[in-house]
Design a protein around this ligand. Structure first.
Ligand code: 13P
Length: 264
């Protein structure tokens, strides 16, 4: 049970369960306002979770306005490493902070696969986000082919090493990692909770080697076809500290149903 894990933790608040919605390229500003107006009224009693929604850039201002004073934080889905300049299509940490954005997803597999982002880009973005005081959610995960050729652990370990290069123990504590097997995203197929736990445990071991005991305080979310049916078993695992949710976070009833399944 999650409770025993938390009780065993030296700092019980350090790995509070954290569920974030990743809306990807869904919901314009008006739709964002409508969805979050409804969601905000439904989460008051969900005290045992940290909550965030990561919305498209054009919806950030609306999301911050609607969620002001609520328990739901707002996140973006990427950020550039330079302060300003000739970087068409990018936004800076200052631009996000000006709006009141708190979290930022980095290294999502869609950024890696469709837009050619590498661990080096993600590492640059990560350092910039941390230096700016944003809270990054860094995604890693293997493709179906890599899984089939038994490369999952090697791939994830190499992504972790590359993405987190140059961080210190104080910084890693402000990072959330998200293990998102690419083959589980948007497919309805997931690893078994035990298999996911195995990868999460490996990630935490690697964090121990890289950063020491602070590894016990770093949250590692699972992502990929998380819904009301899959969430509970995943989050009961020892090293799974929350979820990064795509489709099931887009509408209030499905998101709420999912959140209801997570016991304190
Ligand atoms: P789905 O929950 O739709 O599979 O998406 C997962 C994801 O990519 C979250 O970042």
């Amino acid at each position: 049970m999650k409770t025993s894990k938390l009780n065993a933790d030296p700092n019980p608040n350090s790995r509070r369960l954290f569920v974030a919605g990743n809306w990807k390229m869904h919901h314009n500003a008006a739709e964002t306002k409508a969805v979050l107006d409804e969601l905000r009224t439904q989460v008051d009693e969900i005290q045992h979770l940290d909550l965030a929604v990561c919305v498209p850039y054009t919806s950030l201002a609306a999301a911050v306005a609607v969620l002001d004073g609520t328990r739901i934080a707002v996140g973006a889905q990427n950020v550039h490493w330079m302060v300003s300049g000739a970087f068409t299509g990018e936004v800076s940490t200052d631009m996000l902070k000006e709006l009141g954005v708190r979290y930022v997803i980095l290294g999502h597999s869609e950024r890696r696969e469709l837009f050619g982002e590498t661990d080096m880009h993600i590492n640059l973005r990560l350092h910039a986000a941390l230096n700016a005081g944003l809270l990054p959610i860094v995604c890693v995960g293997e493709t179906a082919k890599q899984r089939d050729t038994k490369l999952t652990r090697a791939v994830v370990s190499s992504q972790i090493g590359g993405c987190l290069a140059g961080l210190d123990a104080e910084q890693i504590e402000r990072v959330t990692l998200a293990y998102e097997p690419v083959w589980a995203i948007g497919t309805g197929v997931t690893p078994s909770p035990e298999d996911a736990q195995g990868v999460h445990a490996d990630i935490r071991q690697q964090l121990h080697r890289l950063f020491g005991d602070v590894a016990e305080r770093v949250r590692i979310q699972y992502g990929g076809s998380v819904n009301s049916k899959t969430v509970a078993a995943m989050l009961e695992q020892r090293d799974i500290d929350g979820a990064l949710v795509g489709n099931a976070s887009l509408k209030v009833p499905t998101f709420r149903e999912l959140l209801d399944k997570i016991s304190p």
